[in-house]
Design a protein around this ligand. Structure first.
Ligand code: GTP
Ligand code: MG
Length: 196
């Protein structure tokens, strides 16, 4: 993929609005504030393609980006304590209908904070992915906050934790420093051309 060919398409707050599934989709999922938008920006060498916010729980829409021949799909973050029950229900409805629609989902990138063990919400999300047989990899985020020795240890720890849910691979990444980003790009490229 030419990651330099990226463009924001639209934000969708209702599942009925989702665009036609006319190209492979790479989906980014994770807790609010884990770094989804930042990683998308870094993958695409852009500063402001996806909106990065220091206040969690702001993005309640599914955001679509066209990246060369694919879509990047930025899911609304979960696990933010201060949302109302109505918002939570809306999130559930939006996410469920996204996954239940017959879309060309290629692989999902599940983002987890490299510094902490997965939260209860993270585990629930991985159980959901496993149950629905959604192919996924894990991107550990904010690796720039770890010491070198912690990087190796956390990577190994998360491999063990995530494998039972069907996680195919674990990447250590930093949107800030660019760690692991090229590796992830190559993985996504390989997913587009499985015969190669
Ligand atoms: P929601 O849209 O609310 O779900 O959040 P998000 O997952 O898209 O997170 P976002 O990319 O907006 O980043 C949240 C915060 O984490 C921002 O303050 C970022 O600057 C910071 N952040 C993201 N990636 C990194 C990283 O690799 N390293 C460091 N140190 N901070 C990061
Ligand atoms: Mg975001």
């Amino acid at each position: 993929m030419n990651y330099n060919r990226s463009e924001f398409q639209a934000s969708y707050g209702l599942s009925s609005q989702l665009p036609e599934s006319d190209r492979p989709e790479f989906v980014f999922s994770g807790r609010s504030n884990v770094g989804k938008s930042s990683l998308i920006n870094r993958l695409c060498n852009r500063k402001n393609l996806a909106r990065v916010s220091a206040t969690p729980g702001k993005t309640a829409t599914i955001n679509f980006y066209r990246v060369d021949t694919a879509y990047f799909v930025d899911l609304p973050g979960y696990g933010y304590a201060k949302v109302s029950n109505a918002d939570r229900e809306r999130w559930d409805e939006l996410i469920n209908s996204y996954f239940e629609a017959d879309r060309a989902l290629n692989v999902l990138v599940q983002l987890l904070d490299s510094r902490h063990a997965p939260s209860a919400d993270d585990v629930q999300m991985m159980e959901y992915l496993h149950f629905h047989r959604i192919p996924f990899v894990v991107a550990l985020t904010k690796a720039d906050k770890l010491k070198k020795s912690e990087m190796t240890a956390q990577l190994e720890e998360f491999r063990i934790t995530c494998a039972p849910y069907g996680c195919k691979q674990v990447f250590l990444t930093s949107a800030e420093k660019g760690i692991g980003v090229e590796e992830l790009r190559q993985y996504l490229d390989a997913c587009l051309a499985p015969e190669a």
